[in-house]
Design a protein around this ligand. Structure first.
Ligand SMILES: [Zn+2]
Ligand SMILES: [Zn+2]
Length: 244
């Protein structure tokens, strides 16, 4: 239990499988280890991986074995939901991934629309919502926060606190994250719903990695009693089996 409390998870990293990164996964993993990360999720963009899904997953699984004992490596995919970037034709294509992150859902062009839970279920693997203000999403589609977050929690969907701060994104900080950590009312709604909250640095340049932001958000969530990925029905078991 003591060890569980201190586990540092970063479930959002990119490598040279994304068009927007040139990083060798070994550099990404090494910098995470140097920064005290215990569980790292690599999730390159679906439109960067393209037809190379098998190659990508094989490379990440080999690295997971090579780094066993130093860090737990999970293999995910970040799925764009703009119509011109979405290319998942069947859940079979992604069935071997540990998880996926969904983006763009608060854009009116997203193919998800108001059907986030149905969309995630159709993908067949654990889904997280990347760098998105879920309160804004609820407002867009007239959803009750408490009810919707409870449904999400029951469907195994998690919500990312994106702590990115790097050169490729112009040292931009996400407003919804700043708002969330300062708004106790919103925190109470999320906590009561049981929604799992994840942390992601969204690294695209390993030299820009700032582990202090990742560690601070992990401890904020743990100290304040949020459900984290450790209590996720699928990912929690997987992480505990490998890490503890
Ligand atoms: Zn990217
Ligand atoms: Zn990303």
């Amino acid at each position: 239990m003591a060890k569980e409390q201190g586990i540092i998870i970063d479930l959002h990293a990119h490598t040279y499988y994304s068009n927007c990164s040139q990083d060798d996964p070994r550099d990404v993993i090494n910098v995470a280890i140097e920064n005290g990360v215990n569980v790292l999720g690599v999730n390159d963009h679906n439109y960067g991986i393209g037809e190379r899904k098998e190659q990508y997953i094989a490379e990440m699984r080999a690295l997971a074995s090579a780094y066993k004992g130093q860090i737990t490596l999970l293999c995910g995919i970040e799925i764009a939901t703009f119509p011109h970037l979405f290319d998942i034709k069947s859940p079979n294509e992604i069935a071997n991934f540990d998880y996926c992150l969904i983006e763009h859902i608060t854009s009116r062009q997203s193919i998800v629309g108001g059907n986030l839970i149905e969309f995630c279920k159709s993908l067949g693997i654990p889904c997280g919502i990347a760098h998105t203000d879920l309160f804004e999403y609820c407002d867009m589609y007239g959803k009750n926060y408490a009810e919707f977050f409870t449904q999400m929690a029951n469907s195994g969907i998690f919500w990312e606190m994106n702590v990115n701060y790097d050169s490729i994104h112009g040292y931009h900080e996400h407003e919804y994250v700043k708002e969330f950590v300062s708004n106790e009312q919103k925190q109470a709604i999320v906590k009561a719903s049981g929604l799992c909250v994840s942390v992601g640095f969204d690294g695209h340049r390993y030299k820009d990695y700032d582990g202090s932001r990742v560690r601070a958000m992990n401890s904020f969530l743990q100290k304040n009693g949020f459900s984290t990925l450790l209590s996720h029905p699928v990912l929690g078991k997987k992480i505990k089996n490998i890490t503890l």
